[in-house]
Design a protein around this ligand. Structure first.
Ligand SMILES: [Zn+2]
Ligand SMILES: [Zn+2]
Length: 348
């Protein structure tokens, strides 16, 4: 079968790899229907860190179950399934707490020796614990519906997780720092799922501003640095927002989050800190500002998100502004690297 492989910084190829096979009776083989490139895939592409040459790429996919191990009961051959970007065993203490990201048997697609989502098929361990069946099967969804389901595998869940960690609730005022797919999804989660009344999105890109408004942002701040701080304070009666979602992970975005949050407020951070921002704990103490960071335990949110997509009340798939065939995965990376696409979907 064909799959995207990391070669070196700036180099992704699509090549022949062995077909996946069942290794444990809890495995399933899933044939990919849609996958995509993640902002986090760009770190190795941009040489922020090295991967093993010819390691698989991609951790976001939906697909059709092709084969199941003898112990798999939930997923049936032919089912359309939505996978969280990382899996857990489903039976340990951590998984029972809804934190499969801390499961001792966890894994992430496309990391280490795991099959990647940017390919034609994958072996999925602990299928019952992780794969969520989309009712009706493949025939029940049009292209937009498939992209809505695909968004739930990471960015929609991660954006929502940021808003949850920031304490967003009914009537909240929130600021979202970051206009990538996760930041935009945080806007959607804050407004349509958690009931925020006012969401201020920081974005300088017209297309992203427009999508942010469609997703429920009431205000857009295009300024950066001190000017952004001034603009947010003006929009919040000089206080700042009680809830801030940090969806970038750079030193600058953290400073913006600290500038935007009101004293007594909470920052929920889902942007992986790749430039190691330093937080001044004394400032946080004096200002009574809380900070919560977390990789999203997607499985915790997945039943609810898929249910909303199936009901037609949540349409997060609009973050995909380009769709390409799997063979053009290198072009997908280049487009996202140049910020010419928000998020690129891939069709095997
Ligand atoms: Zn991702
Ligand atoms: Zn577990």
């Amino acid at each position: 079968m064909r799959a995207a492989l990391y070669i070196d910084a700036g180099s992704v190829i699509v090549d022949d790899v062995p077909d996946p096979v069942i290794q444990a009776d809890t495995d399933a083989i899933v044939r990919v229907v849609r996958s995509c490139v993640c902002g986090s895939d760009l770190w190795s592409y941009r040489d922020t860190f090295k991967r093993e040459p010819r390691s698989r790429y991609g951790h976001e996919f939906i697909g059709v179950v092709e084969q199941v191990g003898s112990a798999v009961q939930t997923a049936k051959v032919g089912d359309l399934v939505v996978a969280p970007f990382s899996y857990g065993c489903g039976t340990c203490w951590w998984c029972e707490q809804g934190l499969p990201t801390s499961c001792p048997n966890r894994g992430t697609w496309g990391i280490g020796t795991e099959d990647g989502g940017q390919g034609e098929a994958l072996r999925t361990p602990y299928a019952d614990a992780n794969l969520v069946v989309a009712p009706g099967g493949l025939a029940a969804y049009d292209d937009a519906g498939l992209l809505d389901l695909l968004a739930c595998t990471d960015v929609m869940a991660t954006g929502l997780h940021g808003a949850v960690m920031a304490g967003v609730g009914e009537g909240s005022t929130a600021v979202v720092v970051g206009d990538g797919a996760v930041g935009l999804s945080a806007v959607l989660g804050a407004t349509q799922i958690l009931g925020a009344e006012r969401v201020i999105l920081l974005s300088r890109n017209p297309a992203r501003q427009e999508l942010g408004r469609r997703f429920g942002a009431t205000d857009v701040v295009a300024e950066r640095g001190e000017d952004a701080k001034r603009a947010v304070l003006e929009l919040t009666d000089g206080h700042g927002a009680a809830h801030v979602i940090e969806a970038v992970g750079t030193a600058q975005s953290w400073q913006t989050a600290l500038d935007a949050v009101s004293d007594g407020g909470m920052i929920g951070a889902v942007g992986v800190p790749h430039t190691a921002p330093t937080l001044d704990s004394k400032t946080l103490l004096v200002r009574n500002v809380g900070v919560r960071l977390g990789i999203c335990p997607v499985r915790r949110y997945l039943d609810d998100l898929v249910g909303r997509v199936v009901a037609g009340t949540l349409k997060p798939g609009a973050v995909f502004d380009v769709t390409l065939p799997l063979e053009q995965t290198p072009e997908a990376y280049a487009l996202m690297d140049r910020r010419e696409a928000i998020k690129v979907a891939l069709v095997p």
